[in-house]
Ligand binder design. Structure first.
Ligand code: SAM
Ligand code: SF4
Length: 356
């Protein structure tokens, strides 16, 4: 249990220990944790189901899905979103599983949009986006992140196990045509799997103007096979790209603790990002909380600290009681995810079940 400095923290923090703050969360003011981090970003998982089986996320066969009655309804999700907005949440991202598999998801987007957020985004594997993009944009969605881990059709199919590269590239075009821009492209980089395509993806970013975000492989695969030597560090990714096209760091906006560090090509031909969750954790500025498809509030991808808001919703609880669950969840947040701590334990739920 070492003392480390988490980037963005003013003081060194100790990972892996419960928060030392008082047990009860404040009952007014913004959604703050015991380290003073104010939470303004809500990730909503709308389903744990997926039509892909990406190697870094889901097992190939035998995935147990949540029974339908355990999944929050649109009304329940929209109510939690409204309460979160009243507590200062300004941005919402829909995710999953594959969010576009949820029937009539554009209706949910419209219900949440009605609450009035500064930003509404969605992360998708691209399935159905070509069809749904106009409806989603009409419902109030602002932009999408589309996952794509290879520009080589056979490799794409091997990594994602299902799905097809041409469909995902068409989804990017459809999103832009519908005004869901800027399109960001999420690439999970794994050593010996697709790390030889980092420069190809940088060329793709330059050619298309899309922000390609290289994501370090995190220990959230359902198979539990994550090994540190499969992680390709942001430093190596930036080194490979920078050797071909010099890069300049783009300073983060003061009010935007987005996890991606953004770099522009020095010749002005676009930008790329790195999400260095493993090698450069950004926990010190984390402003996120998560709502799982079955109505648990989580304060971190890597923490098993979950509080059921569904129980409150389904037992006739008031908005104040819903707010109390959100407040207490945030209050219990640890200073860091602890991946690099010797005592790190993987969370019991994998990425598709939490909502990435
Ligand atoms: N199904 C949608 C998709 O694939 O974009 C949304 C959900 S997915 C869980 C959200 C993001 O998490 C995707 O960009 C995916 O590549 C990423 N992801 C999943 N498992 C990961 C892992 N073990 N490490 C890093 N990123 C991961
Ligand atoms: Fe499905 Fe997204 Fe996980 Fe791939 S990363 S298995 S598309 S939820």
């Amino acid at each position: 249990m070492g003392v480390v400095t988490v980037p963005g923290d003013a003081v060194p923090v100790t990972l892996g220990r419960p928060s030392p703050g008082p047990a009860a969360a404040p009952t007014e003011g913004p959604l703050v944790d015991t380290y003073g981090r104010v939470h303004t970003d809500l990730r909503i998982s709308v389903t744990d189901r997926c039509n892909f089986r990406c190697v870094y996320c889901m097992p190939e066969e035998g995935v147990p899905f949540l029974p339908r009655q355990e999944i929050l309804t649109f009304e329940e999700i929209a109510r939690v979103a409204r309460v979160a907005r009243d507590l200062g949440v300004r941005s919402v991202r829909f995710t999953g599983g594959e969010p576009l598999l949820r029937h009539h998801v554009a209706d949910l987007v419209a219900m949440v949009a009605e609450a009035g957020f500064d930003d509404l985004a969605l992360t998708t594997n691209g399935t159905s986006l070509a069809t749904l993009a106009p409806d989603l944009a009409g419902a109030g969605l602002r932009r999408v992140n589309i996952s794509c881990d290879s520009l080589r059709p056979e490799r794409f199919a091997a990594i994602r196990r299902r799905g097809d590269l041409a469909m995902v590239l068409a989804a990017m075009d459809a999103a832009e045509a519908a005004g869901l821009a800027p399109v960001k492209v999420n690439v999970v980089v794994m050593a010996g799997v697709n790390d030889d395509e980092v420069v190809d993806f940088a060329a793709f970013a330059r050619d298309t103007g899309r922000l390609v975000r290289f994501i370090e492989f995190m220990p959230l695969d359902a198979a539990g096979r994550w090994q540190r030597d499969q992680v390709v560090s942001a430093a190596d990714i930036l080194g490979a790209i920078g050797a071909r096209w010099p890069l300049e760091a783009v300073p983060p906006a003061p009010d935007d603790p987005a996890p991606a560090e953004v770099f522009r090509f020095a010749d002005g031909a676009g930008s790329i990002g790195v999400v260095a969750s493993v090698t450069r954790p950004f926990c010190g500025t984390c402003n996120r909380l998560r709502l799982t498809a079955d109505g648990s509030v989580r304060n971190c991808l890597f923490s098993d600290d979950e509080r059921s808001v569904r129980d409150v919703l389904r037992s006739g609880g008031s908005d104040d009681e819903v707010a109390a669950v959100l407040r207490q969840a945030v209050w219990g947040k640890l200073p860091g995810h602890g991946i690099n701590d010797p005592g790190f334990l993987r969370p019991s739920r994998s990425m598709s079940m939490i909502g990435g």
